[in-house]
Design a protein around this ligand. Structure first.
Ligand SMILES: C[S@@+](CC[C@H](N)C(=O)[O-])C[C@H]1O[C@@H](n2cnc3c(N)ncnc32)[C@H](O)[C@@H]1O
Length: 297
C-alpha cells in the first residue's frame, strides 16, 4: 500500500526516536534548533555524533544531580564556555524541565551565541535557563550570579577557561565539578620560558625540550595539577575517559565532588611538582591555596 505523507512523517519520527534513543517528552523542536534533526525531522548525520557525545555526558550529570541533596530553590548548574549550549539545553530538556525548580546558567563570551541561546530558550519556554555574555573569570566575580552553585560544568572550554571554571566552582562553593578540558597553553608557555635554565638544572627537562613535547607535557601536567588542586581544596577527584568520545582527542573527564576533606598530601605534591618543573609562578596565580574555601558553610 502506498504510504501517505502523514504516515511517512510519523514513521520517520518513530525511526528517529529509536535511532537517537529519544525519551518520551523530549523536545524535537530543540533538536531541530540545535541542527541535530533537519527541519523535516530527519537525523542530521553530521550532528548525530555530537548528540551521542552530549548524551553520554548528560546521563552522567543526571546521575550526579540525583545524588546531590536538595538545595534551597532547586539545583543550580553553571555551564562554562557554553558555546551553542548543547549541553545546557539537553540537560534542561531531560532533567530540569520536569522539575519545579532548579536553574541552568550558560556562560559564554561570544555575544551572538548568547543571544541565540536566549532566543531559543524563550521559544521553547525553558524559563529557568539564563545565558550570560561574560568570560568565566568575569562570571566568577559577578555579583549578579548566585553565591552558591551545585554543579559546575565545562565541556571543551578553551585554554584556561577550565581553570577559571575551577576558580568559579571554588568561589561559588560548587558541590561537584564536571570538566572535560580543552587544550591549555599556559603551562606550556611557562615550561618554554625557562627551558634553558631547567635543562641545566635537571635531566627531567628533557621531557619538554622539543616544542611538541612541551605542548604535550604541558597539557598532561595541567590536568594533573588541576586534580591535585581540587583535592587540596576538599574535592574527591576521579579521572576517566569520556565514553563515546572516541572521535575527539580531548576526552578526559575530570569529576570532582566536594567532601570537605582537604588533602594535605595533594597540596604538598602540587607544590613539589610545580617546583620540579620550574612552574612556581603558578602557585600564586592558578593554584593559590590559602583561604580558598574559608567561607563555605
Ligand atoms: C570548543 S567550544 C565548546 C562549546 C560547548 N561547551 C560544546 O562543547 O559544544 C568553547 C567555547 O568556549 C567559549 N569560551 C572560550 N573562552 C571562554 C572564556 N574565558 N569564558 C567564557 N567562554 C569562553 C568559546 O567562545 C566557545 O564558544
Amino acid at each position: 500500500m502506498k504510504k501517505t505523507k502523514t504516515s511517512n512523517a510519523a514513521s520517520g519520527a518513530g525511526d528517529v526516536a529509536a535511532q537517537l534513543g529519544l525519551r518520551p517528552g523530549q523536545s524535537l523542536e530543540l533538536l531541530k534548533e540545535l541542527h541535530i534533526l533537519t527541519r523535516e525531522g530527519r537525523i542530521n548525520q553530521d550532528s548525530r555524533r555530537k548528540l551521542k557525545q552530549v548524551y553520554h555526558l548528560v546521563q552522567f550529570i543526571e546521575k550526579l544531580l540525583d545524588e546531590l541533596p536538595p538545595s534551597e530553590g532547586g539545583l543550580r548548574l553553571a555551564d562554562h564556555g557554553a558555546g551553542k549550549s548543547y549541553l545546557g539545553f539537553i540537560l534542561y530538556d531531560l532533567y530540569f524541565k520536569h522539575r519545579a525548580e532548579g536553574r541552568v546558567y550558560g556562560i559564554e563570551t561570544r555575544t551572538e551565541l548568547v543571544e541565540r541561546s536566549r532566543a531559543l530558550a524563550e521559544r521553547l519556554g525553558f524559563a529557568r535557563m539564563e545565558f550570560l555574555n561574560l568570560s568565566v573569570a568575569e562570571a566568577t566575580q559577578s555579583p549578579s550570579l548566585p553565591a552558591h552553585f551545585d554543579v559546575v560544568t565545562a565541556l571543551h572550554a578553551c585554554d584556561t577557561a577550565t581553570d577559571d571554571a575551577i576558580a568559579f566552582g571554588l568561589r561559588r562553593q560548587a558541590r561537584a565539578m564536571v570538566l572535560v578540558p580543552c587544550c591549555q597553553a599556559e603551562v606550556a608557555r611557562h615550561l618554554n620560558a625557562h627551558k634553558a635554565l631547567n635543562l641545566a638544572r635537571t635531566p627531567l627537562a628533557e621531557l619538554w625540550r622539543h616544542p611538541l613535547h612541551t605542548r604535550e607535557l604541558g597539557s598532561q601536567l595541567t590536568n594533573v595539577l588541576r586534580c591535585l588542586y581540587l583535592e587540596a581544596c576538599g574535592y574527591q577527584v576521579t579521572v576517566t575517559e569520556l565514553v563515546g568520545w572516541e572521535h575527539s582527542l580531548k576526552n578526559e573527564l575530570i569529576l570532582a565532588k566536594y567532601t570537605g576533606q582537604r588533602k594535605r598530601s595533594a597540596a604538598e605534591r602540587l607544590h613539589a611538582i610545580l617546583a620540579e618543573f620550574g612552574l612556581q609562578a603558578l602557585a600564586t596565580t592558578r593554584f593559590a591555596l590559602p583561604g580558598v574555601r574559608s567561607d563555605r558553610q
